[in-house]
Design a protein. Structure first.
Length: 190
């Protein structure tokens, strides 16, 4: 099972990118976590239906759609900006949700987790992202995982995913991969 990890933070030393990379330690053994290159989100044009026409020739759109289509499941790791999700993630979801009802994200098992320096760990961004993903046609895991005061956690433990919460994230990833296994079984039976 291939899980595509997408971080919504474009900065180099992001708590969320570190959380995504740390998640590979607790993913089920029959799954592989592959990180979407941040350059894809950085260079993705703003979604514009006038651009999104047959014959669109944009390497970043093509790469995003191809990687999402090729993945068995998606793990989004989102920072929280002004109480919501960052535009980079929203824009990516808009591109993979098209064409409407047939986008690369349709039926794709997806989960949202977050890390933040705030006391709530980005739960508002996760909530917004789960709504956006669901509306876009993904099969969203209804689970919350947030690292609050991420800068303090990193300073104290030397890592963002400390041992006390690893099992919580492992449960979410197991559910995500299980949904991907179900999709694979249904596809094989069809």
């Amino acid at each position: 099972m291939k899980v595509l990890g997408i971080t919504g933070s474009l900065r180099k030393d992001s708590h969320n990118t570190l959380l995504l990379r740390s998640a590979s330690r607790v993913i089920p053994v029959d799954a592989e976590l592959v990180e979407l290159d941040v350059k894809v989100l950085r260079n993705l044009p703003h979604y514009d239906e006038d651009l999104d026409q047959p014959g669109l020739d944009n390497e970043w759109v093509d790469r995003l759609r191809s990687e999402v289509l090729d993945a068995d499941a998606l793990l989004f790791v989102t920072p929280e900006y002004n109480g919501g999700l960052p535009s980079a993630i929203k824009n990516a979801v808009d591109w993979v949700s098209r064409p409407k009802l047939h986008g690369a994200i349709k039926g794709k098992p997806s989960a949202a987790i977050s890390a933040s320096e705030g006391q709530f760990g980005g739960v508002w961004a996760q909530d917004h992202l789960r709504k956006v993903l669901s509306t876009a046609g993904a099969r969203v895991i209804d689970a919350e995982f947030a690292i609050s005061k991420a800068h303090e956690v990193r300073a104290q433990h030397g890592d963002i995913l400390h041992y006390e919460v690893e099992s919580d994230l492992a449960e979410i990833l197991e559910e995500l991969v299980e949904q991907a296994r179900i999709n694979a079984s249904l596809a094989a039976a069809a």
